[in-house]
Design a protein around this ligand. Sequence first.
Ligand code: GCW
Length: 852
Amino acid sequence: MRYFLLSFFLGVFTLPTPLAAETGDDAWLRYAPVDVAMRGRYDRLPAYVAALGDSVVIKSAQAELIRGVRGMLGRTLRAERDLPRGSAIVLGTFAGVQAARLAIRLPTGLREDGYWLKTITLNGFPCLLITAPNDRGVLYGVFALSRRIGLGEAVSQLDEQQAPYAPIRWVNEWNNLDGTIERGYAGPSLFFEKDDVVEDLSRARDYARLLASVGINGCVVNNVNANPRVIRAEFLPQLARLAAAFRPWGVRLGVSIDLGSPKIIGGLDTFDPLDPRVANWWKEKFDEIYRVIPDLGGVVVKADSEGRLGPSTYGRTHADAANVLARALRPHGGLIFYRAFVYDHHLDWRNLKNDRARAAYDNFHSLDGQFDDNAVVQIKNGPIDFQVREPASPLFGGLEKTNQAIELQITQEYTGQQRHLCFLVPMWKAVLDIDMHAQGAGTPVKALVAGKTFRRPVGGFVAVSNVGRDPTWLGHHLAMANLYGFGGLAWNPDLSARRIGEEWTRLTFGHDLRVVETIANILLQSWPTYEKYTGPLGAGTLTDILGSHYGPGIESSEENGWGQWHRADHDGIGMDRTVATGTGYIGQYRPPVAGLYESRANCPDELLLFMHHVLYTYVLHSGKTVIQHIYDSHYEGAEQAERFVGQWRSLRGRIDEPRYRQVLARLEYQAGHAQVWRDAVCNWFLRKSGIHDAKGRVGHFPNRLEAESAELEGYQIEEVKPWEAASGGKAVECLSSAPPCVASFRYEGKPGWRDVSVQYFDQNNGASRFKLFVAGQLVDEWVADDALPSRRMGADSSTRRKTKGLALRPGDEIRIEGFPDAGESAPIDYLEIRPTARGVPGVSLGERIPRQ
Ligand code: GCW
């Protein structure tokens, strides 16, 4: 009895307090209270924070420190303008420290944006100095100190100097002036609405703060497919408001511009970059812009690409186009980022020598040395377009006398659009670490883009971020690890992916070890997993490249001019890019790298199909044939995606409920969609190659009941296109004038607890309803109102509802009633019935089946 009472009380007292609900909008800057056990570490933190100087950036640094310490330690630092008589945290640039005549030897050689955190004694009081060559560095120092506290690290006896690896650490936002975002998956723009800059810029300010906290110092707000209006005189005051919102956070505004502007908005009859009138127009335009925005960071240009105007109109080069802008920007200290994403999207696919991957190098290599010093060639990480796996663009190794920046993509255009989890830091690192042998060994991509190898004046890192108004910023709580990770790598590309993942998790979800390990592990496995169930061995993502870039669309790459070819036919797959027999692309790399790729025997498996065309029976280094690898990897990937759900579920109660549930919903959806991918890709390759899966899985779905084989009332059987997007190539649609429509299935398996998954299509042009009955009893109902990227039945809209723990007996009728809505006709693909896993709360397989 006493034991019982004791455990009763212990039970009561140790019940975890529910964690406060969070929306995600604080991201990693939550400043959650530091655990009581660790708080002692910060007892001696000074009570004052003195700001030397009063620039807006120093002011936000001071306010940010107060905010952070308030949140994490529950104390409010006293803000001081001068040195107080007491122990203080002192913030100031080197100039500020010198002006205040502090007796400190400042470090020499610390680069712009770098900082020094140093414990010192001033007037006999222990102080903590945060100083830097420029005020942005001071702000970064403050974020570094707060991060230390947030991570539970010591802050006494500090002597830490840090400087960024590269001067350019920018994000690009493909926002249109009407408020939409090209390839944005998290709601409308933070910056624009109805062709104007938004009234309320608070969210834009919050975004700049997030960027600053990870060292990002520039933000291009509008789409590279630029609306020329953005630099019209009457729009400039609006841009100036955005610049003002960013300024306190040291984030410089950038804009994308249309090379045709002198003609489109300037009233000239030409935009020829070598025409003096055009040069003069740009000069006057930038003089005008800088009068309104004196600290504009620069401009981005997409020219001669995907229908954009460019210098080719006048037979001029990209260097001519970049330099006319560079010269107009130079007096103001602005940069021009000229994108190397230039290619012909009308290539003749019948010509086996044609190759889009060659385009960037072919267009820019011969221009090396012709770009002005404030021009930067912005190069996508791979030679195609942000596929799940690509080699590093050969252009990184091909420019010696030209500034360059790498363009990465945070928004997951080809990697699951934030509905799938895909932590991209390992992918980025894989590219950044590749040695391009540009000057002998030891010239990895990171050193080349940072300008270190060839001592370029500027260079660095750019990422397309595309945050939106969704409270989570990117549409998936865990996707924010990519924004954090981009900042981390741009600052220090030598950080490990695990370190970034763990640090981000601690700041975002707290220090519970189980949480940190589980989330970091899920993050680290997510890219290989996504790769496994999508595009294998470097063949490209195999997604629908003509539309959404989301679900599987294997044939969409072929027989058109876009050039994302994988050349899969009856016998084999892959692009022959060799010098010997193929497109010659491999010859764009320096000999040591080319040698690796040119030989099939040396080419790493993961890029084999990017470099070579091989038979399906070709044996990989792994010992498997290509075709068996395709089958196995797709099954492994889908299983792994399913495991993420279980791993996440183990965190229940350790994460606040809203974020727990939202991530769970995304992971459950992902697990279902991974199966759609698996089946589409495997079935397609089975049909194409005629080679069966050695493990007998592909094309056999013993637990499935096809909707087209059900007894149908009102539902009609339809072909789905492409056929691999639906099980059996068919689905049923409720086109009846007297809904609901009914599909009835007969369960013929053994009696027991079962999970029933209904695979259906959730289009974005309606919100159909479904009801699920077992033996006449309503067991589930739901609305198909997800925002998946399609108005049609297909792989993009295919999704599932899993109803767990249903008691089934042979002969039971499973009935689905579908209620169409607007353009969506409650379409169903199939049912899948599997035994309920043990350990599902309230269900055990040993239990007797209740009689109904
Ligand atoms: O990948 C393609 C995208 C386009 C994009 C283009 C680019 C902004 O599908 O939406 O346009 O790349 O990078 O310019």
